[in-house]
Unconditional design. Structure first.
Length: 150
């Protein structure tokens, strides 16, 4: 086959450091636009982003040369600098050190998209730590609770 065709969908999740509540509805839209620019600059395509006060979800299609750690690092570095410039309220903003990245099949895109779109409604009943543990368990990832949170 002379042409290399790739479609890798990934659901990325990470929180603010110590789950501080920095991501309010007033900053979300602009933050998501910023995510999109960074993701495109890294040869990938954002499908949707969603957030709740202390964490974000991003569903994207990775470019064929894009490595997940490189993409997440670029997103975190750039948005951290950007958010800190948004005003006094955000000067002590940091993302957590780690992240979760979960593979998504094409048939799952509508379900994952709806889930990400409805983060504020979802978190009326479930906190981030419970949600994240559920994702880790659903994907059968072994983890040590001592190192998941920062």
């Amino acid at each position: 086959m002379p042409q290399s065709l790739v479609k890798n969908l990934v659901h990325i999740v990470f929180s603010t450091k110590n789950r501080q509540r920095f991501i309010d509805e007033g900053i979300e839209s602009e933050l998501f636009q910023y995510f999109n620019r960074i993701i495109e600059k890294n040869g990938s395509r954002m499908i949707i982003a969603g957030a709740y006060d202390d964490h974000v979800h991003i569903l994207c299609s990775l470019g064929k040369y894009t490595l997940i750690p490189d993409l997440v690092g670029a997103i975190k570095r750039s948005t951290s600098v950007w958010i800190k410039r948004k005003g006094r309220k955000y000067r002590s903003f940091y993302w957590q050190g780690g992240y979760g990245a979960f593979s998504v099949g094409q048939s799952q895109v509508p379900q994952v998209t709806a889930y990400i779109r409805n983060q504020r409604k979802h978190h009326a009943t479930v906190d981030f730590q419970t949600e994240y543990r559920q994702l880790l368990d659903r994907y059968e990832l072994d983890y040590d609770e001592r190192y998941v949170w920062d």
